[in-house]
Design a protein around this ligand. Sequence first.
Ligand code: MCU
Length: 398
Amino acid sequence: MKFFAPLLLIAVPVLAKTEQVAEDLSRCSNDVAPYTVNEPLLPDPFLFTKGGRARNEREWRCRRREISSLVTQLELGVKPEGNYNATLAVHVFDFGEKHDQSISFNAKIRYPTTGKAPYPAIIALGGTSLPELPGVATILFPNDEIAQQYGAKSRGIGKFYDLYGKDATAGAMMAWAWGVSRLIDALEDTPAAKIDLDRIGLTGCSRNGKGAFVAGAFDDRIVLTIPQEAGTGGGGCWRIADAIYSTGGNVQTASELVQENVWVGKVFENFTSAVTTLPFDHHSLAALMAPRGLFVIENDIDWLAPASTLGCMKAASKVWDAMWESDSFGYSMMGLHNHCSFPDSQKADLTAFVDKFLHRKRVDTSGMFFSSANSTAGFTFKEEDWIKWSVPEFRLVD
Ligand code: MCU
């Protein structure tokens, strides 16, 4: 007689990744009520509103939701959700409770002359100032049509506001973020567009770089965000910009930014003379992109507050470090060239990021923090002056 070794079956519920994420999020506390702090240094991005720090990816998902909710409520305004029907050219219908209107916009796609379909693509807010990216399609997102940015008087003007009303809380950047998401919906619904949905990047320069930073933070389908020379309002931190200004620096600050244009929500005016009361700064906003690809390109023009983007992004990079994904974050600073004119010296770094995320090549993007450091700039960031929190190592703690 033969004996069979009993097979011990242990039933372990296996959830697909998306189900796992949904399940994790259901355990998070609900939307946080906005609150203020008194924190002159860069706030701990891992610290929960109710205390305790995110120690692993599961907890980070909840903390990330808090950051996104706070940034929405205190700085950028609400990015609407709704039942959309989007096709290319993008027609957006919102069938939500209050809205039964629709808007449409055209997004032009320029296909590459090399490579094969489905193509990776880079969505360009208002155009691109990057050099040609071989094998990558460029999709032009007409951000000014969605929300105008012609000075303080343009608040509430554009197709986003035709749909959601002039009093929608979203500033222009959040309105663009909404439009970029609808564009991606349309790409999903239009296989004939021949775009690989798993290889979508996003860029923009200057004011549109600020927009790219925000749109990248609020749509997880974007695998690589490349904000170029955005300065304050993008990869710069409000607190550091104010500190530079207070010692005589010619930098864009929160107070200037809200007077100049309508990029942020009106609510942010409450904070421009008290940025140290914000429970986040733009390192936390950047962290919403982790561990996706983020390659921040900067210039050493005073107004862009290079010491602020350097410090702010150094702080942000620590969230990628916590995830053991440091190589997916890059910050490249190169001076002595005109605003938004991409210098050859940054090309190797850019190519590495594009190859890794849009061409899925095995390339080395390690050590990309401040990799193109420009010695003429002469600014530094003293970490100990701004960052008092430690970096948890997510993989090691359950
Ligand atoms: C970063 O670029 C902006 C800057 O923040 C604004 O203050 C300035 O008016 O416009 C810049 C820009 O968008 O240049 C094209």
